[in-house]
Design a protein around this ligand. Structure first.
Ligand code: S3P
Length: 443
């Protein structure tokens, strides 16, 4: 039985060659809209990710009176309304599949003089929100969730937030950013302690918008009440989207692929380090800056077999969204790969440990699920009919496994690839992946 919606059919074998630029960084695209909307003046954005998640963030701000021009797919002009210029939305703000929209926007909505509701799709409605609700409540915000601690989030008008000093139990850029956004509306100083090294795009972009942000080791602080000033934002290609192609070229002998202008922020670079530990042939060329972020062209060649590696919590934080693709690398490597410290994968768009285990297991991979990761031993993969469980990263990771399977791979439930990677199939075809899409409906 096939699931209605978009499926990918991928023919086995082949290699990937050429030069491509994958779409803009999702995390940075969301932040450009949020900070542009809260700034004084007009923010110009280039390299924007025109995917459903970031479009949901734009729609939410439009519903609160912000004018956002979108003259080209990757260009935005955001007419900021200032920190206190948002208007009450007429209805609930539906952010679809986007955890980043929901968690970051909850922080700034907690500081408004009006009530708002944030809701999303079935996957987002299963994801934990207590991690933001607890610290926001400590700051004086009034929010309600379902009894399970999930969306919809009902946020009451603020009666005066105050800064807190908060130790995050789990390293999370979404929680950190949520609290820093609430902190802009709070009296005094908001400080967030990060037990890991979560992505720092918020800190970088706030500074570019003129906000003083203090970083002291694992602590980030800001003073409430600071105005944001419009800026120009140039967005690199998303290393999380590049990751599917990096793994693909590394597992397919004869590949020679260059991915242009990829963001190489040190908090996102785990995929490169992990693939190098597995023996991949990867070079970072033409390292430079694009706006506030480092970028490079990444060349990957399928010139030698990968081998297994131990990947622990330190590297997992720096590659959290790339672990599904790395499961595929591990299933095609010689020997055993142990991934641990990755509990957070269980609360992403799907339970990514379980969904990758199901997909690769159906292809014949030797894989044992662990509570916080997996033990994967490389070997032969056969053709299979598998599910993406509505998770964009599962769909794209499993598609790349076809390069090393001996039969066709069909992946159902791939519609959500549009959340982060519009044009994925066409771009993958252009460098040699034998992939096509089919749409099925319920009879
Ligand atoms: C994101 C942070 C990460 C990541 C997500 C995007 C962000 O989530 O998985 O895709 O833009 O801040 P966590 O903060 O939950 O680790």
């Amino acid at each position: 039985m096939s699931t209605p919606g978009l499926s990918f059919i991928v023919q086995p074998g082949g290699s990937l060659c050429g030069r491509i630029r994958v779409p803009g960084d999702k995390s940075i695209s969301h932040r450009s809209v949020i900070f542009g909307a809260l700034a004084n003046g007009t923010t110009e954005v280039r390299g924007f990710l025109n995917g459903a998640d970031c479009l949901a963030t734009i729609d939410a701000f439009r519903a609160m009176g912000v004018k956002v021009e979108h003259p080209e797919p990757t260009v935005l002009r955001i007419h900021g309304v200032g920190l206190h210029g948002l208007k009450a939305p007429a209805q609930a703000l539906d952010v679809g599949n986007s955890g980043t929209s929901m968690r970051l926007m909850a922080g700034l909505l907690a500081g408004q003089g009006f009530a708002a509701t944030l809701c999303g799709d079935a996957s987002l409605t299963r994801r934990p929100m207590k991690r933001i609700v607890d610290p926001l409540t400590q700051m004086g915000a009034r929010l309600e969730t379902s009894t399970a601690g999930t969306a919809p989030l009902h946020i009451q008008p603020a009666t005066g937030l105050h800064g807190i000093d908060y130790i995050m139990p789990v390293s999370s850029a979404q929680v950190k950013s949520c609290l820093l956004l609430a902190g802009l509306y709070a009296g005094g100083t908001t400080t967030v302690h990060d037990p890991g090294a979560s992505r720092d795009h918020t800190e970088r972009m706030l500074r570019a918008f003129g906000v003083t942000v203090t970083v002291d080791g694992a602590c980030v602080s800001l003073q409430g009440g600071q105005a944001l000033h419009a800026a120009r934002v140039d967005i690199p290609a998303d290393i999380s989207s590049a990751a599917f192609f990096m793994v693909a070229a590394a597992i397919a002998p004869g590949s020679d692929l260059t991915l242009e202008t990829v963001g190489t922020n040190p908090t996102r670079i785990g995929i490169v380090e992990i693939l190098r530990r597995m023996g991949a042939d990867i070079e970072l060329l033409n390292a430079r800056r694009l706006g506030d972020e480092p970028v490079a062209d990444i060349r990957i060649r399928g010139s030698r077999p990968l081998h297994g590696a131990d990947i622990g919590a330190d590297l997992v934080t720096l590659a959290i969204d790339e672990i599904p693709a790395l499961f595929v690398a591990a299933a095609c490597a010689e020997g055993t790969t142990r991934i641990s410290g990755a509990h957070e994968l269980r609360v992403k768009e799907s339970d990514r440990i379980a969904t990758m285990a199901a997909g690769l297991g159906a292809m014949g991979a030797e894989l044992q699920e662990q509570p916080d990761g997996a033990v994967i031993t490389g070997g032969a993969l056969h053709g299979a009919h598998v599910q993406a469980y509505s998770d964009h990263r599962i769909a794209m990771s499993l598609a790349m496994a076809a390069l090393r399977s001996v039969g066709e791979i069909r992946i159902d439930d791939c519609d959500n690839v549009r959340t982060s990677f519009p044009g994925f199939c066409a771009l993958a075809q252009s460098v040699g992946l034998s992939i096509h899409e089919i749409t099925s409906t319920i009879d």
